[in-house]
Structures are given as structure tokens and as C-alpha cells.
Design a protein around this ligand. Structure first.
Ligand code: MN
Length: 200
């Protein structure tokens, strides 16, 4: 059975960029519901439920048909939110350094060009979904979008940074102004976690 991971910080830690009320609903309710539904989908396949959610999502296209969309949607929701909490921190933001800064500059021309491309992906993702920085199998970094709770793991690439652009992630504070949420979010990015994932 999958369980809700504790947030690595308090609900109000990301104020004023993400408000405490949004964080609490998002973690305690939205994330928990994905987990409950995922557990329900896997009730009769305990061998699958005992694996890490990332492992299931990497092979989601070959899972039995009766559980495939459930794992894709609810398992994706669990994995994506677990990662999302980890790539933010109180007092985050600033500039990426070292290996990560060099990799971003190499791939995008500059860190600023990476930020612009990532923000554009987050802004233009139509409807619900996510923006991602990923490392492809050849080691090259790229920005991508996914719809709903789809994860780049299912495309054989490694996610390094993600941003939730579902309305539930920002509507209480930002309403229809998704671009304002995205601009504010850069102030809480946990770059050391992104670099850890890059080196993993
Ligand atoms: Mn969400």
C-alpha cells in the first residue's frame, strides 16, 4: 500500500509564493486522494503494489489493461506530487550553481534561456498538466510538458524538476493568473535537489 509522504517543510514554509491554505489542500487532500485511488486500483495485484511507484510508471505501457489507466493517472499523481514537494524549499530560488548551471548553459545557451523555456512550457500547457526539466537517455537536458498526471518516466526520460500547473495548485491565491504563479514559483525552487537528481 502506498502512503502519503510527509512534506519536508511546514504548510506555510513557501509563503508568500505559495500560500499555506493551498499547500494544505494540495498535500493533505489532492495528493492523498491520488494515493487512495491508486491503492484501490492495485487491490488485487499486491505484487505490483509492493513496487516503487516510479518502477510502475516506467513500465506503465506494459501493465495489464485493467489497471493501466489507473496507475497512469493516480500513480502519476502520487509520483508527480511527491517529486514536486521535494523540488521546492523555504528560502529556495536564487541561481543554480556548479554542475547543474553548467549543464543548463550547455543545453539551453544560458540559465536564463532555460528559465524562459521552462516558464513558457508551464504557461502554455493547455488545461491541466505539468512542466518538466528532464535528462534524456543520451544525457542531454530538455524541457517538456505533460498533460494530466502523465510523467516523463513513462517516456524513458529522467525528471529533474517539475511544476504543477493544475488550477488546484494556484487558484486560491492566483485565480486565473497562472503566469504570476509561475513567476513567483522560481523563488522557492530547491536547486540542490535538482542537482542531486542530475547526478543520481
Ligand atoms: Mn497538484
Amino acid at each position: 500500500m502506498y502512503t502519503l509522504p510527509e512534506l519536508p517543510y511546514a504548510y506555510d514554509a513557501l509563503e508568500p509564493f505559495i500560500d499555506a491554505r493551498t499547500m494544505e489542500f494540495h498535500h493533505k487532500n489532492h495528493h492523498q486522494i491520488y494515493i487512495d485511488k491508486l491503492n484501490s486500483v492495485l487491490t488485487n495485484t499486491p505484487d505490483l503494489a509492493s513496487q516503487s511507484i516510479d518502477t510502475l510508471l516506467v513500465q506503465v505501457k506494459t501493465l495489464p489493461e485493467n489497471i493501466r489507466s489507473g496507475v497512469r493517472n493516480f500513480g502519476g499523481g502520487h509520483a508527480n506530487h511527491t517529486m514536486f514537494w521535494s523540488v521546492m524549499q523555504q528560502g529556495g530560488g536564487g541561481e543554480p550553481e556548479g554542475t547543474l548551471a553548467a549543464a543548463l548553459t550547455s543545453a539551453f545557451g544560458s540559465v536564463q534561456k532555460f528559465r524562459d523555456e521552462f516558464s513558457k512550457a508551464a504557461t502554455t500547457q493547455f488545461g491541466s498538466g505539468w512542466a518538466w526539466l528532464v535528462r534524456k537517455s543520451d544525457g542531454v537536458l530538455a524541457v517538456m510538458q505533460t498533460a494530466n498526471q502523465d510523467t516523463p518516466l513513462s517516456d524513458g526520460v529522467t525528471p529533474l524538476l517539475c511544476l504543477d500547473v493544475w488550477e488546484h495548485a494556484y487558484y486560491l491565491k492566483y485565480q486565473y493568473k497562472r503566469a504570476d504563479y509561475i513567476a513567483a514559483w522560481w523563488n522557492i525552487v530547491n536547486w540542490s535537489e535538482v542537482e542531486r537528481r542530475l547526478k543520481a
